[in-house]
Every structure is written in structure tokens, then in C-alpha cells.
Design a protein around this ligand. Sequence first.
Ligand code: ADP
Ligand code: MG
Length: 363
Amino acid sequence: MAQVRLDKVTKIYDGNVLAVDEFTLDIQDKEFLVLVGPSGCGKSTTLRMIAGLEEISGGDLYIGDRRVNDVAPKDRDIAMVFQNYALYPHMSVFDNMSFALRLRRVSKAEIKKQVESAADILGIHELLQRKPRQLSGGQRQRVAMGRAIVRDPKVFLFDEPLSNLDAKLRVQMRVELGRLHARLETTVIYVTHDQVEAMTLADRIVVMKDGVVQQVGTPMDLFHTPTNAFVGGFIGSPSMNFLTADVKSEGDQITLTGNGFKFILDDERSAAVRTSGDSQIQFGLRPLHVVPGEPGQAQFSARVDVIEPMGVEAFYHFNVGDAAVVGRAEGGARCKVGDTVQFGVDYDGLHLFSADGTKRLNA
Ligand SMILES: Nc1ncnc2c1ncn2[C@@H]1O[C@H](COP(=O)(O)OP(=O)(O)O)[C@@H](O)[C@H]1O
Ligand SMILES: [Mg+2]
């Protein structure tokens, strides 16, 4: 069993830098957990505290049932893969992969068996005698993973392992990583700034910002019910569009108005907005709900600024009042640059947030 439990885990670096603020989470055995967020939000620091490479300033960390705050990295039964791979340049691939086993005084025959088995999984058998400098980026990446696999750890930690690869290889390795996890059946904690990696690999995603966990959930939870505007904007590509609206209350109904739109909310959403008491709110629209000419419960008027035809679909850059809004529709262009078009969004496509974006208002 390899659950990992963080209870208010906090990191304050010298100089009073609060890098991670009371991170609390139960990571399940065999789960693929992804930590995602912009650069500097505290992802690596969190991972390094789990690995034991960074001292924990506050809170408790458990691996299995054991509190490991003060346990040395080598005794935590984890293996970490770094962004820069950190291979030993003077050692062959075989020696890089077997290094930890040699330290553990595993027999030669057993080392050979384990290294070859990992090499087979990763398709790098023919590279075992090479030195790291004789490998491509993608091959080095595989060796770094192989080195982690042979240790047979309870938990794999990955810190942006694909960031140094070109776009095509990144997609290929991403698919391989998913396959590898299914095969190894171990707990994985994976750090990335790339929301696509997070969406495609994760059982659950943790979105961080400024050292603080914003939301934890499945990819679909985060996509459909982001808890604040930050998560809404971070998860999903192209990004969620945001508009500011004035709130007008007439009887039980709330009307949202702005430059380019005016619509009445249904009872449930009216109640949610009224409870917040805000005179202005922000709302988000996913590009997939912004389809020129489409009818819907909330109507918008937009001027077409740019059209990007992609073949199967086209992206539309609109101005709704002064706000830039991206739309998407299947097939070729449905309108011309300079046109004024209407589009409708059903209530289900509206993500209502407080004016400052910190709170979600609708369920
Ligand atoms: N050794 C350090 N000393 C002081 N501050 C640090 C150190 N390492 C990271 N930080 C700061 O802690 C914050 C989180 O960094 P990091 O965990 O590396 O973020 P991420 O991996 O999400 O990009 C940043 O503000 C960063 O500048
Ligand atoms: Mg980092």
C-alpha cells in the first residue's frame, strides 16, 4: 500500500518566502495524481518535500502509515524523475539504471534481470551500453524512467519530465507514461505546468496558485465545475472566456447586462447570484459554447475580429463589447471578419463567479 498523506504541509524558505501553504491531501494507492499550476506556484517544492529533498517547515507527511517528515530520502521508498533527467554522464545506461540496486547490494544476476526487464518495458534494450551523451532527449528521458522503475518504489515522483522534449515527442511520451502507469500499478505524483498533460494523465488533478491549493478533482470535475475563475481559466484549451456583468434584480429574477449582452437568469442561478449580494459579477464561457449563429438561453452580440480555420473546426476571435471572446465551431468559417453575429449560450454553459473571481456562485 502506498498512500501518501499531506496534512497542512507548509514550506517557508529562508527570507520568509511562503512557497507552500498548508497543503492537505490524501493520495490513494495506485492513483495518478497531477500537480499543475503556473511557474513558481510551489509544485516542485511540494514534490521535493515528499521526496525528502526539501525540509518541511510545518505540517505532517505520511507515506503508507509512517510519518516521514524526518526520514531520509533513501528510506522513503520513492523514486523521482527530474526535468533534466540527472543521469550520471560518465556511466553507461546500464550502470545508470542499476546504480540504486548496486548500492543496495542486490546480486549481479538479479540486477541484470531487473534492468533488462525495465529496458524492455521502455524499449531501450539496445541502448544499455551507451553513455548519456550518445542519446537523444527522448532516450535520456526513458533511461531516467528506467532508473526509477528498477528501484520498484512505492511511489513515483515526476517533476516536469516531458518539458525538455519537442512537441511531437512530448505527446508520444505522454501516451507511454499513461500506459506505463497502467502496467506498473504504482502511485504516481506528477508535476507539470501543462494543463493538457494534467487532463490526459491524471486520475485527479490538484491546481495550485501562489503556494495554495485551489481545487482538487477529476479532470472532468475541474473542467465542468471550476471552483474559481483561476481554475476555470487554467484548465481547458482554448481558455475559458471571461466577461463582467452588472447585476440587476427585478422581483425574483436577476438580469445580467453588459456591452453586447442582456439576459435573464433562471431561478436557481438568480438565487445563487442574489445570495452573493454582488452588484457586479464575472462569468466564464468555454469556447465550445461560443458558436456563431447558435441559439441559446443567454444571447450575445459579437463582432468577428479574426477567424482561424483548422480544417475540422474553426476558432473565432470575437469582440463582445470591449471583451475578447474566443469561439469554436465545427466545419469551415460560418461568417466573415468584420461581421456582427449573434450567439446563444445555454445556462449550463455559464460559469458564474464573484466579481474578483475568487468564488464560484452557481452549482
Ligand atoms: N531554494 C529556494 N529558496 C528560496 N525560494 C525558493 C527556493 N526554491 C523555490 N523558491 C520559491 O518558492 C516558490 C515556489 O517555487 P517552486 O516550488 O519551484 O515552483 P514551481 O515548481 O511551481 O515552479 C517560488 O516563489 C520560488 O521562487
Ligand atoms: Mg518546478
